[in-house]
Design a protein around this ligand. Structure first.
Ligand SMILES: [Fe+2]
Ligand SMILES: [Fe+2]
Length: 158
């Protein structure tokens, strides 16, 4: 069977990715509602768009798991990052996006190392999208006057 060759660690990455993507859905959905309640309709629209993007990422992971013959098993939905203003919401998003990027980077390296090209390509596509997404959040913060700095390991903190 095709899925018999899948390394258990690869399945572990998929499960963690699904948990993080669904956590991102909850976080952006919550933040869109907060932004609306604060009278920031443009931010609310943008955060709703982020919600949909993260939902599509979760869907792709679910589809990949089904192709591999495993039941989707995201199991650690974390509480949404909330705050009292938009800048602090976005800081929470930057932290979550950095975590997702780090996970996909690790998954790509692992799949390449064991010669699993198909899953490596899958994770790499998500890595590229989430890296771009992390930059968009940084740019949004920058547009609000928040400058970022980079740690030596190149992960962004604020
Ligand atoms: Fe995502
Ligand atoms: Fe994202």
């Amino acid at each position: 069977m095709r899925h018999a060759r899948i390394h258990p660690r690869t399945l572990g990455y998929l499960g963690r990715a699904l948990s993080l993507e669904l956590s991102a859905v909850q976080q952006y959905m919550t933040q869109a509602s907060l932004a609306e309640a604060w009278g920031l309709p443009e931010a609310a629209v943008r955060l709703r768009e982020e919600t949909v993007e993260e939902m599509q990422h979760a869907e792709r992971i679910i589809q990949r798991m089904l192709v591999l013959g495993v039941a989707p098993n995201g199991s650690h939905l974390r509480p949404a990052g909330v705050a009292r203003n938009l800048v602090d919401l976005l800081r929470q998003d930057a932290v979550l996006e950095a975590e997702i990027v780090a996970l996909y980077r690790e998954a790509v390296i692992f799949c390449r190392r064991i010669g699993d090209r198909e899953n490596g390509d899958f994770f790499e596509a998500l890595l590229n999208e989430e890296s771009a997404h992390a930059r968009e959040i940084e740019d949004w913060l920058a547009s609000l006057g928040i400058r970022r700095y980079r740690e030596p390991d190149e992960r962004a903190y604020f």
